[in-house]
Design a protein around this ligand. Structure first.
Ligand SMILES: [Ca+2]
Ligand SMILES: [Ca+2]
Length: 139
């Protein structure tokens, strides 16, 4: 009986692990015609073995979230619906980074999303042995 309760608790911990980001990334409406929205971020393989990755993005060079990191490990998922709404024209470059406390941050990959991608998309970040999937929308 106890074991069942524990595994249910554990499961709900895994599903809800990670608090929501506090900040939105929605620079002033630049009326560029296209808008990039994040849906969620999934970690399949993290960079760190002993500690969680401390994830942030660079969206066209701007760090988001600026004062917070997304704590992620194998199986973590962050619901990012409603946090990023970035107007662009042409293309937008998204980089994924792991914030390391004692040495330089790890670059986990870069993707370019074009305005012609007007549908739901999945971007994959695979530098440094990681596997992260970013779900996004362009409209
Ligand atoms: Ca690291
Ligand atoms: Ca490092």
């Amino acid at each position: 009986m106890k074991k069942v309760v524990l595994s249910i608790l554990l499961m709900s911990f895994i599903i809800t692990s990670g608090v929501s980001p506090k900040e939105q990334f929605a620079p002033e409406d630049r009326n560029c015609g296209y808008s990039l929205k994040f849906t969620g971020l999934k970690c399949i393989t993290p960079e760190g073995y002993y500690t969680n990755d401390a994830i942030y993005f660079k969206i066209d060079g701007t760090i988001w979230p600026s004062s917070q990191r997304l704590s992620m490990t194998s199986g973590s998922y962050y619901d990012l619906e409603g946090y990023v709404d970035y107007d662009f024209s042409g293309s937008v470059t998204i980089e994924l980074w792991d914030d390391d406390a004692f040495d330089s941050d790890d670059f986990l990959g870069s993707v370019t999303v074009y305005c012609s991608y007007t549908s739901d998309g999945v971007a994959r970040f695979t530098e440094d042995g990681v596997d992260y999937k970013l779900y996004y929308k362009v409209n």
